[in-house]
Design a protein around this ligand. Sequence first.
Ligand SMILES: C[S@@+](CC[C@H](N)C(=O)[O-])C[C@H]1O[C@@H](n2cnc3c(N)ncnc32)[C@H](O)[C@@H]1O
Length: 237
Amino acid sequence: MVGDVPQDQLLDWREGDIPVSRRFDDPYFSLGNGLAETRHVFLTGNNLPQRLRDGFHIAELGFGTGLNMLATLIAWAQKGGAGSVRFTSFEAYPLPAVDIARALRAFPEAYAVAAPFLDQWAQGAHRISLAGLEVEVIVGDARDTLPNWAGQADAWFLDGFSPAKNPELWSTDLMAMVAAKTAAGGTFATYTAAGHVRRSLSAAGFAVSRQPGHGSKRHMSVGQLIPKDQTMMSPPK
Ligand SMILES: C[S@@+](CC[C@H](N)C(=O)[O-])C[C@H]1O[C@@H](n2cnc3c(N)ncnc32)[C@H](O)[C@@H]1O
């Protein structure tokens, strides 16, 4: 990771509207269709929207442009359920609303529902009420903020930049913290199939499996928290 990057130089724009972090030298979403990848990896990977219900709590590492959040908003609206879903995201380097708006314009379906979020974000709000979705973005390094979080997620979106470029968001300690902040029966999904990430999540208590990735990516990873009584060895007879 490079040192502090001035706020006005956070991004480069590739192919017109794909934001690329200068700090991490990595795009915020796939250079193909980011919204389709979000749906495949994070929604289907966590078996959403089937599991979405009033009070369901999603947590995310890496808020970025909010594209995953908006895909969740759309999925919940399409399900037509009563009540609201919670979406908590951990983000160290929040993007200015103007950059988020530019990035989202590439996804007309998401951009069409983004205005209430963008309006509140532009005013500096990090707790944002949308139709059926209560969003909180916890600003700071997730290694510092996650241990202090009192919540428990039913589903995790693990969406740091690539593990090679953003290793701090995939560390063994942080994956153990993710498991500690997961409700019984909770799940995670991530686009990466990196061996060390899968091993860390497995050591943290998830049953981890590999699934076909989106587009040209061969694999991604999903997992479900193993109940504590099943992780203990049976007592000797
Ligand atoms: C691939 S982008 C996330 C894309 C996002 N989910 C979206 O829908 O646009 C990765 C994000 O992780 C954030 N990040 C990187 N290191 C972090 C850290 N240590 N703590 C919290 N956030 C971090 C980056 O600033 C970036 O916004």
